[in-house]
Design a protein around this ligand. Structure first.
Ligand code: ATP
Ligand code: MG
Length: 183
């Protein structure tokens, strides 16, 4: 009988402002990892909010609950050999720290990638029109504008997407995974 070698999973959390590039990088990275034969899941914030976190809003408490739920799912996946890529804003440092602690408890690798696109660049990209809506007074509580974003103090990687193509950003995350022996 042959057995498949166990692969090491990990959570790769991409945190950053709206329109920073989290989803774009996660998809490119996910596609590359899949093509290389890895087991991969991309847990995107927008999709998660439609089911696992349906009903949650954007208060501090709800944002934390959302991040803890995603953190739980991602840790379970990663502990079972999946590379779990999480493009989710996660604006509060204590929420991210709780997710990190959950991973440390089970000795599951957790990498925090700060997609550090400046707010001026994000608001010029404005993929979902949120910055324009906020400026027009049609929306309040936009992360990085009139809602907090606590920058990671000690991320595994910082991406300056305003100086890179999406492919270069995704490749930088892949290089980090290789450096950590995860791919
Ligand atoms: N180096 C880069 N990496 C990622 N995205 C980039 C880069 N350079 C330019 N972009 C562009 O920036 C935009 C980022 O949009 P994206 O939806 O990925 O942001 P997001 O961080 O997921 O935002 P949200 O939090 O609103 O979901 C895309 O249009 C993408 O093409
Ligand atoms: Mg996104």
């Amino acid at each position: 009988m042959t057995s498949t070698p166990r692969t090491q999973g990990a959570t790769i959390w991409l945190t950053g402002l709206p329109s920073a590039g989290k989803t774009t990088i996660a998809r490119l990275l996910g596609d590359r990892l899949k093509a290389e034969g890895h087991r991969v899941e991309v847990l995107d914030g927008d999709e998660i909010r439609r089911f696992l976190s349906a009903g949650l809003g954007f208060s501090r408490a709800d944002r934390d609950t959302n991040v803890q739920r995603i953190g739980l799912v991602s840790e379970v996946l990663a502990r079972n050999g999946v590379l779990s890529v999480v493009p989710v804003i996660a604006p509060y440092a204590d929420s991210r720290d709780a997710v990190r602690a959950r991973h440390e408890k089970s000795s599951t690798p957790y990498l925090e990638v700060h997609v550090a696109t400046p707010v001026e660049v994000c608001s010029a990209r404005d993929v979902k029109g949120l910055y324009a809506q906020q400026a027009a007074g049609e929306l309040t509580g936009l992360t990085g504008v009139d809602d907090p974003y606590e920058e990671p103090a000690d991320p595994s990687l910082v991406l300056r997407t305003q100086e890179q193509t999406p492919r270069e950003s995704a490749d930088a995350v892949h290089a980090l995974l290789a450096e950590r022996g995860l791919v």
